[in-house]
Write a protein that binds this ligand. Structure first.
Ligand SMILES: [Zn+2]
Ligand SMILES: [Zn+2]
Length: 478
């Protein structure tokens, strides 16, 4: 069977192949591309090619399947475009690394991200993307594709941690006591890289992409204020994703799972009150120290004895303070801790369980115990259909392998976005022994393998394109 190739399609392919020599050819069929490129000079000829051919033009790599012999006049059996993916060109990833280092040198804590927000605005202006301030130091940018489609949200957090950097990186923090030790500098830089690629290709982009640069993820939380100020409306976001660097996964990979992928992170404060006295006469006092010690141990029973072993719960006491000196019986001890849980029912009961243990164990020591809860972020629940459709889309349209990392008990206020639209928390592999990218987040030694940034950018762009085109979609958790 013979049929004519659409003329513009042929021109497009020829143009793609012609451009190829100056572009990267990461991924499959590089040798095929090279051969194709050699042969395209003047009138394109595809007569020797059958099977999938990946052709890269500007930022877009298209896979064509040439089903039958095509002759030099463009007669063929069929030429099918099967996929269209983004290849991050060197200029974009190098720029992302520069921006990441600029942000890294000048870390800012939650709702203080004036300088970081200004960098984001400067870069969006340079690209030509409309943007607005939101939630004090947040920025929302909008990339409007030329073709009709759905609305994707991409979220990057921007804040740093109150920690002094000891990574030894040449671009280490210039602010003592503040450090980008969770990778939010890289998240922001990658979203800017993705923004450039989406904007440059907006003539072929279906739908709209909303770029959400969020303050204060590490606390007190910037996601809710952004949502309350309308970040997810106008245009209304149909599906939303975020990346988080993860030293468990190798550079060059990403990963996600359906359902709960991290934990609700709730804070609690415990106060034990006794009665002070002389260290030599305990019988005349009520010692708050042993009561507190017993409470610390007993609280672990919530995880160890009171909840289903398959329903994950973590109880951590992070601080304990009390007393005056060696020979004074402490009248008061104050402790702070965190509960982590994934199941909402278990989460709801943590306060009651904690209070029962604190009050009654303290009472057994003749002291008075109180527990106060400070509710934190809920668990991020990845939309199952969104995870499934995006995995399929990535397998078809990207060379980045998608893994299925186990959940963590970390907290993440992206949960609020994911409660309002189908959401996906994507783990972004940055592990590299060579780059020293092996330390966990929140460590003063934390480093990121910057080679990973291009894969993150590619993943963000793929999500936006897939959602825009209606091929990546969610709603199963609604
Ligand atoms: Zn963090
Ligand atoms: Zn983080």
């Amino acid at each position: 069977m013979r049929c004519a190739i659409e003329r513009n399609e042929l021109i497009r392919v020829a143009a793609c192949v012609g451009m190829n020599g100056r572009r990267r050819t990461r991924g499959t069929t590089a040798s095929t591309i090279a051969t194709t490129g050699d042969r395209v000079d003047g009138t394109p000829s595809f007569s020797i090619f059958q099977g999938p051919v990946k052709i890269i033009f500007r930022h877009i790599a298209a896979t064509f399947v040439l089903r039958d012999v095509i002759d030099s006049r463009g007669n063929c059996g069929a030429l099918h475009e099967t996929s269209c993916m983004t290849v991050v060109d060197m200029g974009v990833s190098e720029r992302a690394i520069e921006i990441r280092r600029e942000i890294h040198r000048h870390p800012e804590l939650g709702f203080e991200e004036e300088r970081t927000a200004a960098i984001v605005e400067r870069e969006l202006d340079a690209i030509g993307i409309e943007h607005r301030r939101i939630a004090k130091t947040g920025v929302v940018g909008i990339v409007r594709g030329a073709l009709p489609g759905h609305v994707a949200g991409l979220r990057a957090d921007m804040d740093a941690l109150p920690l002094t950097e000891k990574s030894g990186e040449p671009f280490s923090s210039e602010v003592p006591g503040k450090m980008h030790a969770c990778g939010h500098d890289a998240h922001t830089a990658m979203l800017l890289g993705a923004a450039r690629l989406l904007h440059d290709d907006r003539a072929n982009l279906r739908g709209t992409t909303v770029l959400l640069f969020q303050p204060a993820e590490e606390g007190p939380g910037g996601a809710l204020p952004m949502i309350e100020e309308g970040a997810m409306e106008d245009p209304k976001i149909d599906a939303i994703a975020m990346l988080h660097v993860d030293v468990r996964l190798d550079t060059g990979t990403v990963g996600f799972i359906p359902g709960a992928c991290n934990a609700a992170a709730d804070e609690f404060h415990v106060t034990i009150e006794g009665r002070g006295g002389h260290g030599s006469a305990p019988h005349n006092a009520v010692d708050a120290i042993p009561a507190a010690a017993a409470v610390v141990l007993a609280l672990q029973n919530i995880a160890a004895r009171e909840t289903d072993p398959f329903a994950t719960v973590v109880v951590t006491i992070g601080t304990i303070e009390g007393g005056y000196r060696n020979n004074i019986i402490a009248d008061r001890v104050h402790m702070t801790g965190t509960f982590r849980s994934q199941n909402p029912d278990i989460r709801r009961d943590l306060e009651t369980r904690g209070r029962r243990i604190v009050e009654n164990v303290a009472a057994a020591y003749n002291a008075k115990g109180t527990l106060e809860m400070i509710w934190g972020y809920p668990a991020v629940i990845n939309d199952a259909e969104l995870a499934e459709t995006f995995r399929a889309y990535m397998e078809e349209n990207s060379s980045v392998p998608v893994l299925s990392p186990s959940p963590t008990m970390g907290g993440e206020d992206f949960a609020y976005f994911a409660q309002r639209a189908p959401g996906l928390l994507i783990r972004h592999g940055v592990r590299s022994e060579a780059a020293g990218s092996i330390h966990p987040g929140h460590s003063p030694l934390f480093r990121i393998d910057e080679k990973a940034l291009e894969f993150g950018i590619e993943t963000l762009v793929a999500f936006a394109r897939g959602v825009g085109a209606g091929r990546v979609r969610g709603g199963s958790n609604a």
